[in-house]
Write a protein that binds this ligand. Sequence first.
Ligand SMILES: Cc1ncc(COP(=O)(O)O)c(C=O)c1O
Length: 374
Amino acid sequence: MYFDNAATTRMDDRVLEAMLPYLKDAYGNASGRYSLGYEARRAVNEARVQAASLIGAEPDEIYFTSGATESNNIALKNAEGALITSEAEHPSVVNTALYCKSTGRNAAFVKPDVKGKVEPKSLEEAFNNTAAGRTKDGLVSVMFVNNELGTVNPVAELADIAHSHGWMFHTDAVQAAGHIPTDVKSIKADLLSIGGHKLYGPKGTGLLYIKRGVRIPGLFNGGSQERGIIPGTENVAGIVGLGKACEIAKLETSENLRKEKEISSFIKEGLLKTIPGTVQNGDGEWILNFSFRKVNGTSLTLRLDMEGICVSTGSACSLGTEEISHVLRSIGLEKALAEGSLRISIGKYNTMDEAKILVKKIQSLTEELRVFAV
Ligand SMILES: Cc1ncc(COP(=O)(O)O)c(C=O)c1O
């Protein structure tokens, strides 16, 4: 049973089917001036239309990347001026901002509230009270949905604040796309990142939305692919898969969310009401983060794995480092609770029957593990 959809998702069969021809017979280079090349180019163009349609953009505002890490790096490293981001961002934003700071750029990190939400007033304060905020030009980067807590940020309000100071706004929408409407115009984003494998698409694919008129030079020197911003031979099959995943998400997002919320309410109620000392960290609706007092999150995850259930302790990126995740630290969660944290992230393939088994297993395992707690 797979409850780690925030780490990655199972590829939709329809996505695989769409990709297969481009991994086999239609293997042309999209720059080739012959039919095999034109076929690949046509497929890339179609994927661009599908991706643009999911986020309410124009096809020429979509730039295909190797994933959200690349999209975020391009956005932050290429934007002019200072940076303001939050302490609760994914490492591909936090560490990129820290890198930019180490090269002499002004950067400020806003603390989220106890639920992991970046409050508009905290962003205003960063503009008023930090050296970064007093810079003339810059980029605010705040994620749409937190990957560890599931908390949704008021991105449109944050974008308004950034714009009122003459800055640009970027959002990492990796955990939003396919779960909630992710429309660049409602968000008022200048830049937006999406990753394919969180959306039932292939790994190693993603996109950066760059609003028309925004100038971004790119990170690499090379050919003219993706209008020179992301040079290198296109991953045609991957791009086709991402396009198909976007097309499916556009049609099915609202039904997916309805189902995910139903399963999530059941899990929340099952755990919070029946296991004493359980708290939900953040207020996610499809990404759920719980702490169980006197239960070690890693032990619980390993025991669930032995039962054939995949969940995660915090974010997959901090796995293997027994360190408390920077996100849980940023919301001020006490160490004992942070150590007991478990992330359950629901996706479109999960069922209510699975949720019932999950809750039962966590009930019995937390009881068992507490016996050994000091
Ligand atoms: C919010 C968020 N942003 C960015 C990424 C990076 O995605 P990728 O590792 O596919 O580049 C992730 C992956 O976990 C994520 O959850």
